[in-house]
Ligand binder design. Structure first.
Ligand SMILES: Cc1ncc(COP(=O)(O)O)c(C=O)c1O
Length: 449
């Protein structure tokens, strides 16, 4: 590896980073991560920190899952690539689809369409939703509804579903026909409603109003995250997703659960849909499917959609969509090993238990630090929303957020900041001592800020 000065200079010269201003990246160079062991990563200066971000919500097994590394090496040796386009398939893809149907997906959701990541999985779901209605002879059902604050990746379909202006404005015009309803965000919402159950009902009513206005016969699907992640870890009331499911059933609208973050145990349940007891029509998964060791995603397809496509007598059922790296055999082999470890270690239960400790600690930090406006989370996903004025709920500025992040890193813990939120999404193998370590670093960082 070249020396740190070379890497820093060349990074500034040659790399544009996702979700960053190129000029800012030159003024504030990123940490260059060179190693990972267990739940810790080390940087080019030899500093080791606890990774409370879990890569990017995905490294659920930490950095030392040897069975996954071995499975990747073995598959590279056996067959490094073959395509899943019409005419060919591979053993790892078939085994993975079987595995997902066997224990992860809701009952009857036994078809997988593999992709290369979360944005691809969302794009696939949106396209298949429109195609489904064409197959059914209701091709006028083309519109989508989503939540403000929702995040669905960066392809044009997903970006059009996104509910955060930062991911939209610079790329407009986005796709027409997307409508956004308020998020189940008790800390800030247009109804000034602080009761989560009442807020859930008000939002369902907003959906009802918009559906009546647009016409249910024009709406293909509602897409939502069971727990909103990137938008600031917004945990809805337990009634919210079941009510949304009932609303979809009343109006014959598909429900797409974007489980790119919530899939595979992060909330303390194997999926967000399972957590809320809901069966969506499609599920988008990615990230932790390989624990981040290889890019892979999938869209899982419920039987209603599958049966319509498979019984199709029109010309609409043929899928004109897919990626060169759909069902990449190395990715599928990585996923098979990662999911086997995920189940063996029962990381969902650990996420649930550690999550309770984390939430209790975050509440104590809120009591202690005036700068903390709100704390939220479930399992091992959490947000701390910072404010410069608690009474006015004025969001903390970029400078404060940058300072908190640097101070936490200095105290030995990697955190992520997004807008006024500190986001925590550590590996699901986190221990109670590591939760304590994270809280202690946050305590120092908040005091400094
Ligand atoms: C809920 C959700 N959907 C989709 C995506 C996009 O996934 P990817 O970045 O793998 O394309 C993300 C990424 O964070 C996500 O959180």
């Amino acid at each position: 590896m070249r020396d740190s000065n070379f890497l820093r200079e060349q990074n500034a010269r040659h790399i544009w980073h996702p979700m960053a201003h190129p000029a800012e990246m030159q003024a504030n160079p990123p940490k260059i991560i060179t190693g990972g062991k267990g739940t810790r990563v080390s940087d080019v200066d030899g500093r080791e920190v606890l990774d409370a971000v879990g890569g990017l919500w995905n490294v659920n097994l930490g950095y030392s899952a040897d069975p996954v590394k071995k499975a990747i090496a073995a598959q590279l040796d056996q067959l490094p690539y073959y395509s899943a386009f019409r005419g060919t398939s591979t053993a790892p893809a078939i085994e993975l689809a079987h595995e997902l149907a066997d224990w992860f997906a809701p009952e009857g959701m036994v078809r997988s369409f593999f992709t290369s990541g979360g944005s691809d999985s969302v794009e696939t779901a949106l396209r298949l939703a429109r195609q489904f209605w064409k197959v059914k002879g209701q091709g006028e059902k083309t519109k989508f509804m989503a939540l403000k604050k929702g995040y669905h990746g960066t392809h044009f379909g997903g970006a059009s579903a996104n509910g955060n202006a930062n991911f939209r404005r610079n790329y407009e015009p986005l796709m027409p026909g997307f409508y956004h309803m308020p998020a189940p965000y008790t800390y800030r919402n247009p109804f000034n409603e602080t009761d989560p159950a009442r807020l859930a009902q008000l939002i369902i009513q907003s959906f009802e109003d918009e559906i009546a206005f647009q016409g249910a016969d024009t709406i293909a699907a509602i897409i939502m995250e069971p727990v909103l992640g990137a938008g600031g870890v917004i945990v809805p009331h337990e009634s919210f997703m079941p009510k949304l499911r009932a609303l979809c059933d009343r109006h014959d609208i598909l429900l797409i659960a974007d489980e790119v973050v919530t899939g595979f145990g992060r909330t303390g349940s194997w999926s967000g849909s399972r957590l809320w007891g809901v069966k969506p029509d499609m599920m988008c998964i990615a990230k932790a499917i390989t624990s981040g060791y290889f890019p892979l995603g999938a869209t899982l397809i419920g039987e209603r959609i599958a049966e319509a496509f498979e019984a199709d007598k029109t010309t609409f059922g043929a899928i004109g969509h897919g990626y060169t790296y759909s069902a990449h055999p190395v990715g599928c082999a990585a996923a098979l090993a990662a999911l086997s470890e995920t189940r063996r270690l029962n990381v969902a239960d650990n996420a649930g238990a550690r999550g309770l400790e984390l939430q209790a600690g975050l509440k104590a930090l809120k009591e202690k630090h005036e700068i903390v406006g709100d704390v939220r989370g479930i399992g091992l996903m959490a947000a701390i929303e910072l404010v410069s004025d608690r009474a006015a709920k004025k969001p903390a500025d970029k400078k404060v957020m940058g300072k908190v992040s640097e101070e936490a890193y200095g105290a030995g813990v990697m955190i992520r900041v997004s807008g006024p939120n500190i986001i925590l999404s550590p590996p699901l193998i986190f221990t109670a001592a590591e939760v304590e370590e994270t809280l202690a670093a946050l305590d120092k960082a908040l005091a400094a800020a």
